[in-house]
Design a protein around this ligand. Structure first.
Ligand SMILES: [Zn+2]
Length: 115
């Protein structure tokens, strides 16, 4: 490689902006698939794309991150709500909380394992 030209300074930033926008697009696509209201985020994303076209990569990154921040908050809340009670077993016999490794209920002797 003779005389390798250094890329223009904002080439990296352009790459960053592209990544930020596509990350925001992914986050939005997830929400849209879930039937969530993404109007605000889509607006931010549009602005980010506009900024990108105008060569304002820093602005595009900021707006894309903004577009992503809202949906991710919604997502985080959703995750929390959807969290199943993994590892919490209740004895069908007496409603005592059972540990998954217990073969029988210590209170009423209910067999938690079929075998
Ligand atoms: Zn029991």
């Amino acid at each position: 490689m003779a005389e390798a030209k250094a890329p223009p300074k904002d080439a990296n930033q352009e790459e960053e902006a592209k990544k930020a926008i596509s990350a925001a697009e992914d986050a939005l696509a997830d929400l849209i698939a879930d039937g969530k209201d993404t109007k605000d985020a889509e607006l931010d994303l549009d602005l980010a794309r506009d900024a990108m076209k105008e060569g304002d990569f820093a602005g595009a990154i900021e707006l894309a991150n903004l577009a992503r921040a809202g949906p991710e908050k919604v997502k985080a809340v959703k995750k929390e709500k959807a969290k199943p009670d993994v590892g919490k077993l209740k004895c069908p016999g007496c409603d005592e909380e059972l540990q998954p490794e217990w073969p029988t209920c210590p209170v009423c002797g209910y067999k938690t394992r079929g075998d």
